[in-house]
Design a protein around this ligand. Structure first.
Ligand code: ACO
Length: 452
């Protein structure tokens, strides 16, 4: 194949007149060795950067592209969520997340993400009612929890139980049937709080608490997490409101690692419960949804304000492999807009719960202040992300640390389902199958074991 003498696309100035040129509709590549030219179509975005369509690149020039971590690659076209990482903008279906956090509710945002438009009163009522009336899980599924050790991580339990749902609902798993897809969407959104709460009760050795359909989504979740059969339990409205807000902020984030995992798994035609379970597994990692748990561990490890400088020295020493958890983001190179909202919410929730003197929050505020003035973080454009403060709110409302990522998974399920639905409706959908740059041995002959 001809050698392409072009430097990596993302790092080279355009219009240099030598190897590539970009016009409004095309991106022209010239292979100097063979003098072959190729015009790649440019696909415009409604906002944000357009993309060069390289789907014919290999056929025409015999090369693939190399993009570890997919930092420069659009794997799909999408209409769900838009992020401008430099400007700190996050839009769900065009609506700024700040406006939704202030004026909307998690259920309304779920409807918006799934259906592209904000609902009318009637549409919202019907949606909420459908979610409320599908909250119970099959008793056999509930018995699965008995198979786990008491100290199993709740993410391990929920990913297994979600995958197992495919064994219960095979009558509605034709992924090409829109009605089946809708039933799945309502089922998983309605039941994931019940599954999450059961995982928590199992860790405590307490009886499972059944859902209450008279309660709203977040109040019902709190009720299932904290109620016990021997005494009445009153849901704290401040806690329910805080949870609702956190769920809005975590509901979607375009092609992040777990959403891309759901899309990749779903692109094989697997059933949606298996695809969502794969998303839960991807979310679990500390570089993604596991960060909120890691932030609180880190704050506890730092202990007091005096220890911050020593801790930051460790972070800056690459050989220590210590990162400032809750800082940095693949896309945001400015303040994560969700972090700003959560920081404010932290103040309000702690004040309303009468815990304004929360030492971990004080420590987090000081850590943020010191890091934001430090050259290391300034140079690398590292700012607090959504998870720097979310764990502090979760712990203030009594959510145990091992459940933080589970809370994230409940909210993100809505985004995963919206993207899975979008993918299945996309005529360009094909199985996701990345390529590689092979650098292993060239062909060689097998040697009998005695001759090695
Ligand atoms: N602490 C210290 N240094 C960091 C941090 C951090 N949290 N994040 C990035 N850096 C440094 C890297 O060491 C690297 O430095 P170098 O250029 O000197 O080698 C530079 O900043 C760029 O970092 P990358 O790892 O290339 O950035 P990437 O986009 O791949 O990573 C990530 C993004 C994974 C989020 C990273 O910032 C991180 O690990 N943060 C901590 C974990 C975290 O908070 N994750 C939650 C993300 S939000 C979410 O999933 C909801």
């Amino acid at each position: 194949p001809p050698t392409l003498h072009s430097p990596p696309l993302g790092r080279h100035p355009l219009n240099n007149g030598s190897v590539h040129r970009m016009t409004q509709n095309t991106f022209e590549l010239v292979d100097r060795a063979s003098d072959r030219k190729m015009s790649l179509p440019v696909r415009p975005a409604s906002i944000g950067p357009s993309v060069v369509d390289i789907s014919k690149l290999n056929k025409e020039l015999g090369v693939f592209t190399y993009d570890p971590g997919f930092g420069m690659t659009a794997a799909t076209e999408s209409r769900v969520t838009y992020i401008d990482g430099d400007a700190g903008i996050l839009l769900y279906r065009g609506y700024p997340v700040g406006q939704l956090a202030e004026k909307s509710s998690f259920m309304e945002v779920a409807y918006l993400l799934l259906h592209s438009e904000l609902p009318s009163r009637k549409q919202l009522d019907e949606f909420v009612s459908s979610i409320r009336h599908h909250t119970m899980i099959n008793e056999s599924l509930l018995r699965f929890f008995h198979g786990f050790h008491y100290d199993a991580h709740p993410m391990a339990m929920i990913s297994a139980v979600i995958a197992s749902m495919s064994a219960f609902y095979h009558d509605t798993m034709d992924i090409y049937n829109p009605r089946h897809r809708e039933i799945f969407a309502h089922r998983i959104i309605a039941k994931i709080p019940t599954i999450a709460a059961a995982a928590h009760k199992h860790s405590l050795g307490q009886p499972y608490v059944y859902p209450r359909n008279d309660l709203d989504y977040c109040s019902n979740l709190l009720h299932m997490l904290y109620a016990v059969p021997c005494e009445p339990y009153e849901v704290d409205p401040v806690a329910a409101q805080a949870l609702d807000l956190l769920f809005i902020l975590h509901a979607d984030h375009e092609q992040n690692a777990s959403t891309s995992t759901v899309r990749l798994a779903g692109s094989t035609g697997t059933n949606p419960y298996a695809a969502i379970s794969a998303g839960v597994a991807a979310l679990w990692g500390p570089a993604h949804g596991g960060a909120n748990e890691a932030v609180l561990n880190m704050l506890e490890q730092i202990g007091t304000v005096d220890n911050i400088p020593k801790f930051l020295e460790q972070v800056k020493d690459k050989s220590s492999h210590v990162r400032l958890m809750g800082f940095g983001h693949r896309v945001y190179k400015n303040f994560d807009p969700r972090a700003k909202i959560i920081r404010e919410m932290c103040h309000k929730v702690l004040a309303r719960l009468g815990r304004s003197d929360n030492p971990l929050f004080e420590l987090a505020l000081r850590l943020e202040e010191i890091a934001l003035k430090d050259e290391y973080f300034i140079e690398r454009k590292l700012y607090p992300n959504v998870d720097f403060y979310s764990g502090i709110i979760y712990s203030a409302i009594g959510i145990p640390r091992s459940m933080f990522t589970v809370m994230f998974a409940i909210a993100r399920t809505v985004g995963w389902v919206a993207h899975w639905q979008e993918m299945l409706g996309d005529p360009a959908m094909r199985i996701g199958r990345p390529r590689q740059l092979y650098t292993g041995p060239t062909q060689r002959d097998y040697l009998e074991i005695g001759r090695r």
